[in-house]
Design a protein around this ligand. Structure first.
Ligand code: DAH
Length: 437
């Protein structure tokens, strides 16, 4: 999400819409300017766009739930780093934080990572804001700076992250990430280089170029890059087998330079599995690590688990159904299983067309509203038609909403009620005008 490319067609700021949507959806809170999240109350303001359906996900902690597929993958990744980086006494050099609270400040999620003030990832249409100062973390990188500031040099952060996004089989507003950071001193970087007496990690009159930051020596960066790439290729080989095909792609992230993405060739296509790079020195200096160079990477657990276990739909991770959960009840996380669908229930497909308001409108606001009102029976929402009236100058959108429950048959009657409610709330909160069929 923090890549420079603009994934959004519609990056428009919607100032009031979400406050209204929120107050209508949670009608009892209509006049309240507080919101309860876990055990605490938070002030709301015009930035608030987090609703009950999202808040409910907050302490589910699927990534540490016994036998959950996400937890198996987490364990495999942690074991890989424990094994690869023993300290001199044979204990793991990496420490693991898998229970940090997902409520973070703007400073943690963006500023501390040097995300530009006008970067698209800060947009209200991309994140779940509690208020203008706090949000549900959009990535586990949000904890980098605070942990580095505590003096840690090797750590993994694993947890739930929250993003407003389209809805389909591979996107869900909550998913799980692993973040890794490793910092090294000069001696550590050059420990395997013979006669490294004169080598430094920093240089005085250096220039930034595509290979390195201004402050770093090329030797140090190349050694760190080599270690990072070797470890990450080792990780995907540990997960997918020695023969997995992979490639490195140059990337941009605000917090690393240089930066790369690792892709693997899986099911006949290239798939991005992680982002990584050499941490921007300013982040380390701001956090008090003045004599080190470091690398970091971030990856999503759901995507890996879907590939490794053949899980077809991201909502299944949230299933309480024993038919799903039973299939992962094994103690050795390396157990090789493929998910077998217990049964597939038919979808119900309903379309909705409306005229957009004169003011601002973002499809993400609509996706979110559908998710908030419909909950987990919404399998997919997509824009299937866009049309501009030549005379009136108004634009109309048609969305297809696919409803399906993972565990039972839905009836058209119950879906009609939900569909109507989505229409009504869209009119009230997004200012759209429904078009009759
Ligand atoms: N935080 C990034 C994201 O969510 C992933 C990432 C990329 C993490 C590069 C990193 C990194 O630590 O170095 O898209």
């Amino acid at each position: 999400m923090l890549k420079i490319i603009t994934r959004r067609l519609c990056l428009i700021e919607k100032k009031y819409v979400y406050q209204q949507a929120y107050s209508t959806i949670n009608s009892e809170k209509k006049y309240s300017n507080e919101i309860q999240i876990l055990d605490k109350k938070y002030r709301t303001d015009e930035w608030t766009n987090v609703g009950d359906k999202i808040i409910e996900k907050l302490n589910k902690n699927l990534h540490i739930k016994k036998y959950h597929p996400l937890s198996h993958i987490r364990e495999r990744i942690v074991n890989y780093f424990y094994k690869n980086y023993p300290n001199k006494w044979g204990n793991p050099e990496f420490s693991v934080y898998d229970n940090l609270k997902p409520i973070v400040t703007i400073e943690q999620n963006f500023d501390s990572l040097l995300t530009p003030k006008d970067h698209v990832s800060r947009n209200k249409s991309d994140c779940y804001y509690i208020n203008r100062d706090l949000l549900l973390r959009a990535h586990t990188s949000a904890h980098q700076s605070e942990l580095i500031g505590m003096g840690l040099n090797n750590f993994l952060v694993i947890g739930d992250v929250y993003r407003r996004d389209e809805i389909d089989a591979t996107h869900y507003p909550v998913f799980h990430q692993v973040e890794a950071v490793r910092l090294c001193t000069k001696n550590e970087v050059f420990k395997n280089v013979q006669g490294s007496g004169g080598l430094e990690i920093f240089e005085d009159n250096g220039k930034m170029n595509e290979q390195k930051q201004q402050i770093h020596s090329l030797e140090a960066v190349k050694i760190m890059e080599h270690e990072l790439k070797k470890d990450l290729v080792g990780l995907v080989q540990a997960l997918f087998g020695k023969d997995i095909k992979y490639r490195w792609v140059d990337e941009y992230f605000p917090f690393t330079h240089p930066s790369w993405e690792l892709e693997i060739f899986f099911n006949d296509k290239w798939m991005e599995v992680l982002g990584c790079g050499i941490i921007r020195d300013e982040i380390l200096k701001n956090a008090g690590a003045t004599d080190r160079i470091g690398w970091a990477f971030g990856l999503g657990l759901e995507r890996l688990a879907m590939c490794l276990y053949d899980i077809p739909d991201i909502r299944l991770f949230w299933s309480q159904d024993s038919g799903f959960l039973h299939q992962f009840e094994f103690d050795d996380p390396n157990t090789n299983v493929k998910y077998k669908p217990v049964s597939v229930f038919p979808p119900i497909i309903n379309d909705m067309s409306f005229w957009l308001p004169d003011g601002k409108f973002s499809s993400n606001d609509f996706y979110d509203l559908v998710k908030e009102v419909g909950g987990d029976v919404v399998e997919q929402v997509k824009l299937i038609d866009e049309f501009k009236h030549p005379k009136k100058g108004k634009t109309s959108h048609t969305y297809r909403i696919i409803y399906r429950d993972m565990e039972r048959n839905l009836t058209q009657k119950e879906i009609n009620v939900i569909h109507k409610k989505i229409g009504d709330i869209s009119m009230a909160d997004l200012g759209v005008t429904l078009r009759s069929k």
